[in-house]
Design a protein around this ligand. Structure first.
Ligand code: TMP
Length: 238
């Protein structure tokens, strides 16, 4: 399947149309943004690492019965995916407190949630992805109540699959963000799962192994991403 016209250019990925109206080519770029696109830098081989890491994670989710848009890896940086009608709502699952939650509610970083905490944000950089509730989703018609319930169910199902997978690799899945879309009437997981959109802490040392290294200027960003992949047994061709 060959990439044709550019359909959409996001902050870290570009989506291209293909011959098949149901399929897109997703090209992972090295661009790395923080603070809703305020800071953008190129990190060497990030596109390749995230594409290949995402392929592994999406495969693990499919194997657990969670439908994703992922079809197949096409190259180091590109994957073939289903074309979804994206819902502009970011679903966040938190096993521990970090990031905006700590700032918003003044709780201590690392506070555990059992069961996990589920939050919603509007995907809108200009508004800095404001927090919303399912009532906003219904009032503005971003998704039906049934679709929202399915996104909630699937988000927790993703956590139930991935938290143990990372735990086995000595990594704590602190939180993550998912985006869903519609595909022929079904709610399907889209976007990506990579250290760009989740928090991973070394369980033994607490060291951050995700995009917080970039946001907080801690250095060693790509080294951390590579280490995460390696610990999960993902061989990166970059
Ligand atoms: P937050 O602590 O900034 O609300 O983010 C929670 C998790 O979701 C964290 O792993 C980062 C991820 N996330 C994104 O990747 N993009 C976003 O736009 C938002 C709001 C969160």
């Amino acid at each position: 399947m060959k990439a044709q016209e550019l359909l959409y250019q996001g902050k870290a990925k570009s989506a291209y149309l293909t011959d098949d109206p149901d399929l897109l080519v997703l090209a992972f770029r090295d661009d790395t943004s923080a603070f809703d696109g305020e800071i953008i830098e190129q990190l060497d081989a990030k596109g390749a690492i995230n594409n290949q890491f995402n392929a592994f994670i999406m495969g693990a989710l499919e194997a657990a019965g969670i439908e994703t848009h992922f079809e197949k890896q096409l190259s180091k940086t590109d994957s073939l995916v289903k074309r979804l009608d994206m819902i502009p709502v970011e679903c966040v699952v938190r096993n521990k407190a970090a990031g905006s939650l700590v700032r918003r509610l003044g709780v201590e970083e690392g506070l555990s949630f059992d069961p996990p905490l589920f939050e919603l944000f509007l995907k809108n950089d200009a508004l800095h992805d404001p927090m919303i509730t399912e009532h906003h989703v219904a009032a503005f018609g971003w998704a039906t109540d049934e679709e929202m319930a399915e996104m909630h169910r699937l988000s927790l199902a993703v956590n139930a699959v991935l938290a143990p997978l990372f735990a086995d690799a000595g990594l704590t899945l602190v939180d993550f963000k998912l985006e869903f879309g519609r595909f022929h009437g079904r709610i399907v997981l889209g976007d990506e799962f990579s250290p760009d959109g989740c928090r991973l802490w070394d369980t033994a040392t607490g060291e951050k192994k995700d995009k917080d290294r970039f946001r907080q200027k801690l250095g060693g960003v790509m080294e951390a991403y590579r280490e995460v992949a390696e610990r999960l047994g993902v061989v990166i061709d970059a």
